[in-house]
Ligand binder design. Sequence first.
Ligand code: GLU
Ligand code: MG
Length: 451
Amino acid sequence: MTLSPAALASSLADQGLRWLAITWVNHAGAPLVKVVPLAHLQQAVRTGVGFSPVADAFGTDGSIDPAHRLAVPDGDLRLKADPAALAPLAPARGWAWAPGERWQRNGEPYAADQRHFCRRQQEGLEAAGLTLQAGFELEWLVAEAEPGAAPRPAMPGGPYGADRLVEGFDYATALLEAIEAAGLPWLQFHPEYGASQFELSLAPGTALEAADRLVRARLVIQRVSRRFGWRCSFSPKPSLERVGDGGHLHFSVQRAGQPLLQGGEGVAGLSEAGQQLLATLLEELPALMALACPLAVSYLRLGPSSWSAPFQVWGVENREAALRLIPSAADGAAAHLELKVSDLGANPYLLLGAVQLLVRQGLAGQQRSLPPPLSGDPAALPLGQVSRLPGSLEQASAAFAASALLRQGMGEALHGSLLDSQAAEVRRCAQLSPEQQVAASCWWPLVGGLG
Ligand code: GLU
Ligand code: MG
C-alpha cells in the first residue's frame, strides 16, 4: 500500500524525522539540495521547491560558463520530491532524504532533467518486457586536508589490508553504522589497493534505486569522514602518483524473468540477445564515456594496467576490459556486466539512463557482431591491435555528439545542454597542466575544492 504524502509525513515524524533534504544531481555531476520541514512533505511532492534552470550550467568548480545555453537568468523549475524513494539520511539527527525531479511550472516534465530521463528509460525497458538490476561500487580516499596541499592519506595499512581495517577501525565502524542507519543495503566493504583508499559495494536494485543509493551513500561517507576531522575524495585521480578512484557499475538484464547474459551458446554462455546487448554497449562505449567519465581529470585515471580499463574491449572476468562479463556464480547470482571505466564524477542518473537506452536499442535494433573476448592486459598487445577509448573529455564529447542513439534517445534539450557542460569542462582545463587539473578537483565532489 502506498501512503499519501500526509500519512507518510506523520509516520516519519513518529520516527523522529524532522527535515527533508531533497537532492538532484546537475549536469556537472554535483548533488544540489534544498531542505524543507518534513511537515511540508505534501507540498514538496505536489508543488515542489523552486530551482533555476541555470543550475545545470554550473561547472565542476561552481562557475557558470557564459557560453552555456542554460546560462540565463530566466525561468523557474519545480523540484518535486519522489515520495516512493524517501529514505533516512541521518535519522538520529532528524534528517530524511528524497531525490527530486524538476518539472515546468505548467506541470510538464522538464526535458533536461537527469532523473526523469533515467525514469523514462526504466519505464521504456519495462514496457519492452525487460528489467535491469544495477549496483555501484564506490572507491574513495580518506585524507587529511590542508588548503593548497595535496591530500595526505589518513590511515596506514596495505592493499586490501586487515592492518588498515584495524588502523581505521573506529572510522569503519562509524561508517557502516551510518550506512545502515540510512537504510542503504550493501554487499561488501574493504580497504582498496591505494593508500588510505576504501571501497563499498552497494546492493543491486532498479536503475533509479541504484542511482539514488549512490547519491545517498556519498553524502553519508562525506559526513562520517568529516566527523573524524578527515575528508573523503571521490576524485577519479586525487593525486598523480596514486591509483585512481573508480565508480564501477554492475548490471544484469532479464527478459520475462530469464537472465539475458547466460544460458546461451555463446562465449561463457552468452545468449544471442546477450551478445547483441554487449555488442551495442561496446560500440557506443566512446560516446558513453562522456557520461561515465565526465571530468577532465577522469582521463588521467584511465591509464593502462591500473584496472581502470581504458581499451574498447570486453572480456570474461578480465579486470582490464572496459566491459567485464562476470558469468553466473556458484551462488546462483545471475551473470552480469561490469562497466569498469566509470568514475564517481558521473551523474548516476544520466549514466544509468544511457545504459538502459542502449540496452533497449541494442535488443531492438540492427544486428551487430560481437568481437571475441579479450584475455590478458590489452596494454601488452602490439599497438593498433585493440582500440584505445577516448583519451580526453574532448574526444569523448565528440563521440557523444556523434551518437545518433544517445542524441535521439535523450532528446535535444538534454543531449545539447550536456554538450555545453562538457565543452565548459574542456575549456576550464585547457590551460591546466595535469598537476593543476588534479589539484583543482582533488576533493571532488566538494565543488570549488577547499577554497
Ligand atoms: N581503483 C581502480 C579504478 O580506478 C579499480 C580497482 C578495482 O578493480 O577495484 O578503477
Ligand atoms: Mg575496487
